[in-house]
Design a binder for this molecule. Structure first.
Ligand code: HGY
Ligand code: MN
Ligand code: MN
Length: 423
């Protein structure tokens, strides 16, 4: 099969997986849902067909292993490839999914050619990266990296189901989730292919780009507690309207972030209680997502927003709850692996464009376990977290070749290192 046919099949498979949704009219696939189960089953089937050894781990990640070339009795080294199979609400078809399906195609091509690399390849479909169900991102990769926070198992979703029981139902093993940690001793690294989710590659007219670092992120849940009351009878001077406090906070976050180059602040969720048109909002809970590549700048602004929220609450005689959900530091990619990716891109005749990732990725978590690198693929108008997400077949073909160059370069590199080993 030609590379172009593989590229077409990758796009077709992303389209097939997009049919597995929790909602009929749009793509929403959260952690440990029946839709996720169907997707894991399908990906496992494709992995099996490529002669991979397949397992679903304690956290619900689907993992396929393609053996190394005969390693003369030595335990072979392993390169991890992967991304996530969950989605945001009303998602596109490629965020995360492309990285898993393209990695699988690399294995399929090796299998078709009847070859193996001097190292094993493991393709991982992470069960949760977006954190949609429990407001807790990276369940899959933190479990694999051994940094999963056990108390999170008690978090409740919007139906009151704990993460532990959802995972149990899914076929995972919450009691032994720590056993999902991958032993890093044989690992060469983790490489993630992902759509860029931004406009740079399109502007630069390049199919791929190489990631230098993954921007850090603070996630927080903020509640303003005022007093509900009758919309017709409580005078304006006598209200503790929690939504008005939240509105002030939203604008303060926007204004503050605009004043700091590179800072982005997003309030993407608001829950208004009790939530009736003729009742003054008593409690508002909102999400805050803050990102900046400089950890100290981000932390400082985070603290500044906390103080701002306290001030708004106290001026309006309300209570404030400030709950930090997660705080990810900016993570640099491995210079060695990034150098190999750079050479792989140049071999294909392209300028090697290096760029930071504003979006979060499983790679940032995997950096706790092993060396990481990331390859970005151009996407239509940089659109992501939106159903209009799109990639083109020609770019996918180029990505396959770049990745095959990368695997060959890595194979050379590891063999040279082995020759250098003292006997
Ligand atoms: O939100 C992010 O950056 C990622 O897509 N989860
Ligand atoms: Mn995403
Ligand atoms: Mn993603």
């Amino acid at each position: 099969m030609t590379i172009e046919l593989y590229a077409q099949r990758i796009i077709e498979r992303c389209e097939i997986l997009a049919r597995y949704s929790e909602e009929p009219e749009r793509l929403t696939r959260r952690f440990a849902t029946p839709a996720m189960q169907q997707v894991n089953a399908l990906v496992a089937e494709w992995m099996h067909a490529a002669t991979m050894a397949v397992r679903q781990d304690q956290a619900g990640n689907i993992i396929g292993r393609y053996a190394a070339l005969d390693s003369a009795g030595k335990r072979p080294q392993t390169l991890l490839l992967g991304s996530h199979l969950d989605t945001v609400r009303d998602a596109g078809k490629y965020d995360g999914i492309l990285g898993v399906i393209l990695a699988l195609a690399l294995v399929e091509r090796l299998h078709e050619q009847g070859t193996h690399l001097p190292f094993a390849l493991e393709v991982i479909g992470f069960a949760d990266e977006e954190g949609m169900r429990y407001h807790h991102p990276f369940i899959g990769s933190t479990a694999l990296a051994g940094t999963f926070a056990l108390p999170a198992l008690q978090l409740l979703d919007s139906d009151g189901i704990t993460m532990a029981s959802a995972l149990q139902e899914f076929g995972g093993d919450p009691e032994h989730i720590q056993a999902a940690r991958r032993d890093p001793s044989d690992l060469l690294g983790y490489c993630e292919i992902h759509i860029e989710q931004g406009p740079v590659l399109e502007t630069e007219q390049l199919p791929v780009g190489i990631v230098t670092a993954i921007t850090g992120q603070n996630l927080c849940e903020v509640s303003f507690r005022g007093r509900a009351g009758h919309a017709g009878t409580v005078p304006m001077s006598n209200r503790q309207d929690a939504l008005c406090a939240a509105a002030s906070f939203v604008l303060a976050a926007e204004q503050g972030a605009r004043a700091i180059p590179g800072m982005v602040a997003t309030i993407g969720q608001l829950q208004v209680q009790p939530g009736a048109s003729n009742v003054i909002p008593g409690t508002v809970t909102l999400s805050l997502d803050l990102r900046h590549p400089d950890d100290s700048e981000r932390e400082q602004f985070y603290q500044q927003l906390h103080k701002e929220a306290q001030k708004i609450a106290s001026e309006r005689q309300m209570q404030l709850e400030w709950h930090t959900c997660s705080s990810e530091q900016t993570v640099a990619c491995s210079p060695q692996l990034t150098q190999l990716l750079t050479s792989a891109v140049k071999q294909q005749g392209y300028r090697a464009l290096l760029l930071p990732s504003g979006a979060g990725h499983d790679a940032a978590i995997m950096a706790e376990l092993t060396e990481i690198c990331m390859l970005f693929v151009r996407c239509y108008k940089g659109i992501s977290h939106h159903p209009d997400e799109a990639v083109n077949t020609a770019d996918i073909s180029e990505t396959i070749t770049v990745m095959e160059n990368f695997l060959q370069l890595l194979a050379h590199h590891t063999q040279e290192e082995r020759h250098d080993e003292p006997v």
